[in-house]
Design a protein around this ligand. Structure first.
Ligand code: MEV
Length: 313
């Protein structure tokens, strides 16, 4: 049996704007998806989280697995391998919530399948295949999701290239995410934002420019340990996303709750229109701790350095 794990991600700053080649900052966090591969005579993939499985490499692949099929076909071509396998994907990352569940599961699948076929799971190759697979799900992805879960750490991402930020995260800094429970399709939300941009390019061009300046300022603050000052930037970034029509009542309620319990700043994260919001906390988040696990919707997270890797069980 071969197993790989990949982390979840939080986009700290700049989602959506990154689709139009403005910068964004994302970090890997300590929630994981895992793929384990067993020998089998046909190529099968099963999602424990969704409670479904399908056979890959056939005409009518279950739509829920179409990105796995793209990855499988690419790996088959690269490796020349013909053997079947049984891949079991297990994940603690909420689905369609903005924490990179789709990127993390496809990256752990690709990493484990390359390993199973005896290839070195080079991270650049994993990332490249994952990007092609993500295009099937999200139509016009910026590539930030697959990149952050592949390499881990905290990255400044722009136009397909990344800079790894060496941030000295304080021990008492936490990212608290609340899942509003409102699921949405990232591809559709991205499309609607791009349509709004096309309708008002002169107005939204300024909003995008402001977002770019904000992300560059956040990069400076992060590198210079000015963590308390990030609160303003987090709140302003949320406001910019609101101006793109991305907030909902559930999002605003979750943000108010995070602020009430002491967040330095709070914003939606990922595609918006539901999904998760995150707040940044410094100090012992005892109020947060008492709420973690509440209805399974609140997560106490830490930035982590490692991306996808093999695990031995
Ligand atoms: C989704 O996690 C982030 C978006 O910026 C889309 C993308 O970058 O591909 C909304």
């Amino acid at each position: 049996m071969i197993c790989s794990v990949a982390p979840a991600k939080i986009i700290l700053f700049g989602e959506h704007f990154v689709v139009k080649n403005y910068p964004a900052i994302a970090t890997a966090v300590n929630l994981y998806s895992k793929t384990c591969i067993y020998e089998y005579d046909q190529p099968i993939v099963e999602s424990k989280q969704l409670g479904v499985k399908t056979i890959l490499g056939v005409e009518d692949v279950d739509q829920k697995f179409k990105q796995f099929n793209v990855a499988y076909e690419m790996i088959k071509t690269i490796s020349g391998a013909v053997e079947g396998f049984y891949a079991v994907i297990d994940s603690e990352i909420p689905v369609s919530a903005g924490m990179g569940s789709s990127a993390s599961t496809i990256v752990s699948f690709i990493h484990s399948l390359l390993t199973y076929y005896g290839l070195k799971p080079d991270l650049d190759l994993v990332n490249k295949i994952a990007y092609e697979a993500e295009k099937i799900v999200h139509k016009k992805p910026s590539g930030i999701d697959n990149t952050i879960v592949t390499y881990g750490g905290t990255i400044y991402y722009r136009s397909g290239s990344m800079e790894r930020l060496n941030i000295d995260w304080p021990n008492d800094l936490y990212i608290v995410a609340i899942d509003t429970g409102v699921k949405r399709d990232t591809g559709m939300v991205v499309r609607s934002v791009l349509d709004l941009y096309d309708k008002y390019p002169n107005i939204l061009g300024k909003v995008y420019e402001a977002a770019g300046l904000l992300v560059d300022t956040a990069r400076e603050y992060l590198l210079n340990k000015r963590f308390m000052e990030l609160g303003d930037l987090i709140n302003i970034n949320h406001g910019l996303l609101v101006s793109l029509g991305l907030s909902t009542i559930e999002v605003e309620e979750a943000i108010n709750m995070l602020k009430k319990i002491g967040a330095i700043g709070a914003k939606m994260s990922g595609a918006g229109r539901g999904g998760i919001v995150y707040g940044l906390f410094m100090g012992d988040p005892h109020k947060v701790r008492s709420m973690v696990g509440f209805a399974g919707k609140i997560y106490l997270l830490k930035p982590i350095n490692e991306g996808v890797k093999s695990i031995y069980q």
